[in-house]
Design a binder for this molecule. Structure first.
Ligand SMILES: *[C@@H]1O[C@H](CO)[C@@H](O)[C@H](O)[C@H]1NC(C)=O
Ligand SMILES: *[C@@H]1O[C@H](CO)[C@@H](O)[C@H](O)[C@H]1NC(C)=O
Ligand SMILES: *[C@@H]1O[C@H](CO)[C@@H](O)[C@H](O)[C@H]1NC(C)=O
Ligand SMILES: *[C@@H]1O[C@H](CO)[C@@H](O)[C@H](O)[C@H]1NC(C)=O
Ligand SMILES: *[C@@H]1O[C@H](CO)[C@@H](O)[C@H](O)[C@H]1NC(C)=O
Ligand SMILES: *[C@@H]1O[C@H](CO)[C@@H](O)[C@H](O)[C@H]1NC(C)=O
Ligand SMILES: *[C@@H]1O[C@H](CO)[C@@H](O)[C@H](O)[C@H]1NC(C)=O
Length: 335
């Protein structure tokens, strides 16, 4: 009897917000998670701001990871600036890589260097309804639109207020320090993007929040209409005043989930633009790129990006949480 009571008590002490559950406890901090139609799980992981990020597959034991698509594509470690294989910041290195999940071989490489500015950081990627156009966010404050058939692309929204960081980011109640020494703050432009399940709207925002949307027919037409490309911002409309954001995802009903780096929470923004907090917990420490699975769960990688800690990454724990929601994935880019 006594032990039952003690067990209940300790469960209470260690519990997270109701229904927030630990799915995985990993060796490394996870910034993003994707689940294939067959249930294979892919993670992007990083240790610090200096160590190169890694793309890995989480093996069925839910603990072991294997570099994906292989070790060579993940071998850059910052010790050389000539490694051509795949890393952030290297000359000739910014690219979108398509890997065939049947063969695990690289199917196609889309070079992006010609499409970016010197201060660009290409971040998230989403697809249009026909799956022949990719949208990539550029944290310098722009959107890259890429025809996946031809590899032709355009950089749009550069200089638009909707794409710019108009305020520094917030973390756990305070401004995020920048890399420019005392008093500097971190400002990050267009980062999060989502496409509505019917393919009609592209949603986008700078990292400090303020979610806008624009019809994808205008964005796609910008590939072939230079006039439209130069005035695309005129077609954008404000959608919801979201907070400083680590990452987003969208479900099959068109609800957008936005991780709040300030309140350590996740917001839900409905398709009619109603924004509210869904779940809040100190453990949701800089939740990054989320995912929605068929069993109606939201997957939340708490990335441990903690300004001020060593190399900006906290020591862990490196958990991926799940939280129940009312819809499954959007077929458009989530199998
Ligand atoms: C791995 O995680 C999945 C998804 O949460 C779960 O269904 C499965 O049972 C887990 N496998 C092991 C070996 O724990
Ligand atoms: C990076 O790779 C080089 C070449 O393989 C190796 O000599 C070096 O020790 C590695 N550095 C780190 C920090 O792992
Ligand atoms: C990048 O690579 C190109 C082609 O190899 C070269 O011409 C250019 O000088 C390089 N730029 C830098 C900054 O290293
Ligand atoms: C992936 O590889 C398989 C086997 O070679 C091939 O049948 C399939 O068409 C490829 N998928 C794509 C999308 O290229
Ligand atoms: C957030 O800030 C509060 C108040 O300073 C502090 O008690 C708490 O430990 C911080 N949480 C994290 C995850 O840094
Ligand atoms: C992409 O390129 C293909 C081949 O030229 C073309 O048929 C298609 O219309 C283009 N898509 C867009 C959205 O421009
Ligand atoms: C190109 O876009 C402009 C601006 O939206 C529009 O006025 C024009 O009709 C478009 N041209 C074509 C050929 O669709």
């Amino acid at each position: 009897m006594k032990s039952v009571v003690l067990l209940a008590l300790s469960t209470c002490i260690t519990a997270y917000a109701p229904c927030l559950e630990i799915a995985y406890s990993l060796d490394r901090a996870t910034q993003g998670l994707s689940i294939s139609a067959e249930g294979r799980i892919f993670l992007t992981q990083r240790y610090s701001t200096t160590a190169a990020p890694q793309a890995v597959e989480l093996l069925p034991d839910n603990t072991t990871t294997a570099p994906y698509p292989n070790a060579a594509w993940n071998s850059y470690n910052g010790s050389t600036d000539t490694d051509p294989r795949g890393c952030f910041g290297l000359n000739g290195s910014t690219k979108l890589v398509a890997v065939n999940l049947t063969t695990d071989a690289v199917e196609r490489v889309y070079p992006l260097d010609a499409l970016k500015a010197s201060n660009s950081g290409i971040d998230d990627v989403r697809f249009n309804a026909a799956a022949d156009v990719a949208y990539l966010s550029d944290t310098a404050g722009a959107l890259v639109v890429l025809n996946l058939t031809t590899g032709h692309g355009v950089r749009v929204l550069a200089g638009e207020t909707t794409a710019k960081a108009w305020f520094p980011m917030m973390y756990n109640g305070t401004l995020v320090p920048g890399y420019g020494g005392d008093g500097s703050t971190l400002a990050v432009g267009l980062d999060q993007i989502e496409v509505s399940p019917d393919g009609v709207y592209l949603y986008y925002q700078p990292c400090n929040g303020g979610l806008y949307r624009v019809e994808t027919r205008y964005v796609d037409a910008a590939l072939t209409n230079a006039t439209l490309a130069s005035v695309l911002g005129d077609y954008a409309e404000p959608f919801a005043l979201t907070p400083s954001t680590g990452g987003t995802t969208i479900d099959g009903d068109g609800n957008i989930y936005v991780s709040d780096t300030n309140l350590l929470a996740v917001w839900k923004v409905t398709p009619d633009g109603r924004a509210d907090i869904l779940v809040r917990d100190e453990a949701l420490l800089w939740t990054d790129l989320m995912w929605v699975s068929k069993d109606k769960r939201l997957w939340l990688p708490a990335s441990q990006m903690r300004p001020g800690a060593d190399g900006l990454m906290a020591d862990g724990p490196n958990y991926v949480f799940t939280f129940p929601i009312e819809a499954g994935p959007a077929a458009i880019d989530h199998p």
